[in-house]
Design a protein around this ligand. Sequence first.
Ligand code: VG1
Ligand code: CO
Length: 542
Amino acid sequence: MIRTVPTKPYSDQKPGTSGLRKKVPVFQQEHYAENFIQSIFDALDGFKGKTLVIGGDGRFYNREVIQKAIAMAAANGFGKVMVGQGGILSTPAASHVIRKYKTFGGIILSASHNPGGPHEDFGIKYNAGNGGPAPEKLTDAMFAKTKAISSFRTADIDPIDIDTIGTVEAAGMAVEIIDPVADYAELMESLFDFDALRKLFKSGFRMRFDAMHAVTGPYAKEILENRLGAPNGTCRNFKPLPDFGGHHPDPNLVHAKHLYDEMMGPDAPDFGAASDGDGDRNLIIGKGIFVTPSDSVAMLAANARLAPGYRAGLKGIARSMPTSGAADRVAEKLGIGIYETPTGWKFFGNLLDADMATICGEESAGTGSNHVREKDGLWAVLLWLNILAARGESCKQIVTEHWATYGRNYYSRHDYEEVESDRANALIDELRARLGALPGTNVRGMTIASADDFAYHDPVDGSTSEHQGIRVLFEGGSRVVFRLSGTGTSGATLRVYIERYEPDKSRHDLDTQAALADLIAAADDIAGIRSHTGRAKPSVIT
Ligand code: VG1
Ligand code: CO
């Protein structure tokens, strides 16, 4: 029943910011998925007889790869796999299942916010026994295995019925099909004041949650409508579809514009939210106000004690380097640690495991806490709701009050998508070569105080990660950051992050792009964005 199948290496299986992501036709090449899955197993040690969690975001090719992964897990000696019913497990739910049942680790099939379908994106990532994304050391080891692989192990078994809850046997291994929502919903119930939330909805509070036809639909329906009594219709686009209904499951101001427009409209609900393909991102829009993700982390941290799960306070806050400094001011006021990590959730794992950080966040709409080891879209939504219920104020009031107390970090990210890789690399290389010469120079009336290529020294395991983004800091604290995306599947995406701190309360209601106009122009002067990319403007502005 167990077979060793000869195979040839592919040279392009290097995991990026969050796992391996490629177009579906790339994954459909002979043995492409098998090679990567075997390389994951080959990079791990000591899993014989142990349990592996398997699930995905329901996108095109999910079911096929789940069957492959089950057969390969059996052939490689796992004792059991736990699979989300229908092949569904959101990224945070998978993280929770891995932790709750003390399993060896898990495979999550997702390309997250990237589009899905026969010609769109697919992805595979591995999470370790702490529930968190494989650290760099492990992804490097996997990549090394993909380059040397000569065979993989699989079992000749009939396809497993992954739609029926229960346990079956496959080539000597137990296959348990689990309810993908139950454990996660129970965890949320343990962290938040569900009674207060029920009262909130009962009082007529109106909310719109857009699941974007991605994985959070079943979770949001169960928690918001079934358990919290939000009216039927609160959740939109809640049925996971293999192609996300033809849209990008990316909850930003471009792909969730309909939600934004509704929230800015005359009959806006009180609160709007959305999540991405695999359920780890969140978009938060109050009635008449968009909450920028960097602000959201800061505001959630500042108010976390209002939720039962965080009543004891926070140990520390961690944010990715390009995320604005709004959270730093909260940490300072609370007298707790603040940590600045490279982009990608894998860098938060050690800080969370060591109990140095409780809440973490990224500017890309990822927020989470030590309840799992991934960012968690619905968690952020529920914490916001808990804060709204406890304070009895609107989202807009909470945001403006926060700015008045801490000052406002005007912040925006400009993405230039699908730029030719050579041109994007040239921009970064040239900038890197000029870093030493930048300090002291004057750009548009602003003086550059320092410039560097961000390197992270993990305070827990002592590892170093270099080349994590180029930072240009101006006197007075404003900054621009440049980095290339590690999640795209065609060409290169240049991300430019722009930030300016404004302490003056009378200047907190400016238009963000206008407030940042001089820095946006300076970023182009410094890096030659237009000339290098050939683009007059960004593809996405958040
Ligand atoms: C992007 C975001 C990063 C996030 C990553 C995975 O990475 O910038 O903050 O952790 O996506 O998110 P990059 O390398 O493209 O900038 V998800 O929700 O796509 O797993
Ligand atoms: Co995601």
